[in-house]
Write a protein that binds this ligand. Structure first.
Ligand code: ISE
Length: 338
């Protein structure tokens, strides 16, 4: 692809999709949103008007196959991600798909299979923590070797207050999937075994989850832990801590000013991921468009999305059975190496 403006079509213009449209329009000079799809007609018209998109669709597949659309961003509900991404691969168009890639590992594998059959990477996955400056600093510190070999990962993921209990599957597939990706990315190693426990969102509904704890065992002997609160009651926070042989490094999610008054000290906490990861989403969009211009795929891949789903499935099984579960990850196909 040449160094010209990339014409993007966005599928799903709700909270996350709307933010992507905004970022592509106002923060990424080399991108132009030319088409939007949403089942909500009023919303797609409002968003199209705000970003200057010429084409609007009620059907994602029509957007994918429209000749004016060079690249697609999928921010539809999770259950549509795999099929829409698959359709982009079939059309030979680069696609940025929000996480999760699919809602099961088997479904994610079909996307990987299609991409591998085409012989080149077309998919980037929305694991935006890879673009969060605080996470990047932790990763750089570990990669520098200054703290010795990485032996431990700890991730804490606190979600905003929620009016309804979430299902265990949903919390792991939609939320914990980010921490699973961080756990692989930060440690540079694959997860070999998980042991997940949880507190139900409602004591009478064991299929719901409020607090999920996952113990991780890595192939090369490292260990880790993920704590995900599905309904914190107070705000949104994400932090990671890495343990090396000679030191530790961690993010400090709260960057706001410390206010001291009336015998107390307080700090403002972000409301949600759109606030906490504001910069990460912009850098992620810039990097995606830049990779399309240069023709060099970068960022989290469909393979990362697939492996994360293998671990997600293992976590769900472990939490349901109350037993550790072994994770089996196949060999990485050549298009995802290097
Ligand atoms: C949401 O969909 C996201 O992707 C957020 O980053 C995550 O923190 C949240 O738990 C998910 O529901």
């Amino acid at each position: 692809m040449s160094h010209k403006t990339i014409q993007v079509g966005v599928i799903g213009t709700g909270g996350m999709g709307g933010r992507h449209v905004h970022n592509l329009t106002h923060e990424v000079a080399a991108a132009q949103v030319v088409a939007v799809m949403d089942v909500d007609e009023a919303r797609r018209q409002t968003v199209a008007q705000a970003c200057g998109a010429t084409y609007t669709f009620a059907d994602g597949y029509e957007l994918i196959n429209h000749p004016a659309v060079e690249a697609v961003l999928v921010a539809a509900p999770d259950r549509f991600h795999a099929q829409l991404t698959h359709a982009c691969i079939a059309a030979g168009k680069p696609v940025f798909c929000e996480k999760p890639l699919a809602i099961t590992a088997a479904e994610a594998y079909q996307v990987v299979e299609a991409e591998v059959a085409g012989g080149r990477r077309l998919v980037q996955l929305g694991f935006m923590r890879e673009y969060d400056p605080a996470h990047v600093k932790v990763k750089q510190m570990m990669d520098s070797g200054a703290l010795g070999k990485a032996i431990g990962f700890r991730g804490v993921h606190i979600n905003p207050p929620s009016s309804e209990p979430h299902s265990l599957e949903d919390v792991i597939t939609n939320s914990v999937v980010h921490d699973i990706h961080s756990a692989r990315w930060m440690m540079g190693d694959e997860i070999a075994k998980v042991y997940a426990s949880y507190v139900p969102g409602n004591p009478n509904q064991p299929e719901t989850a409020r607090l999920v704890l996952v113990q991780l065992h890595y192939r090369n002997g490292g260990i880790g832990q993920i704590e995900c609160n599905a309904d914190s009651g107070y705000g949104y926070e994400v932090d990671v801590q890495m343990t090396g042989e000679t030191g530790t490094v961690q993010t400090n999610s709260l960057q706001s000013a410390l206010v001291s008054r009336a015998n107390s000290r307080a700090q403002w906490v972000e409301e949600d991921w759109l606030q906490r990861f504001e910069t990460a989403y912009i850098l992620e969009a810039k990097s995606w468009i830049c990779s399309l211009q240069s023709g060099t795929p970068s960022g989290p891949s469909a393979w990362d999305g697939y492996v994360a789903m293998i671990v997600v499935d293992a976590c769900v099984e472990s939490a349901q059975r109350g037993q550790p579960v072994t994770v089996k990850i196949p060999e990485r196909p050549a298009i995802y190496t290097g």
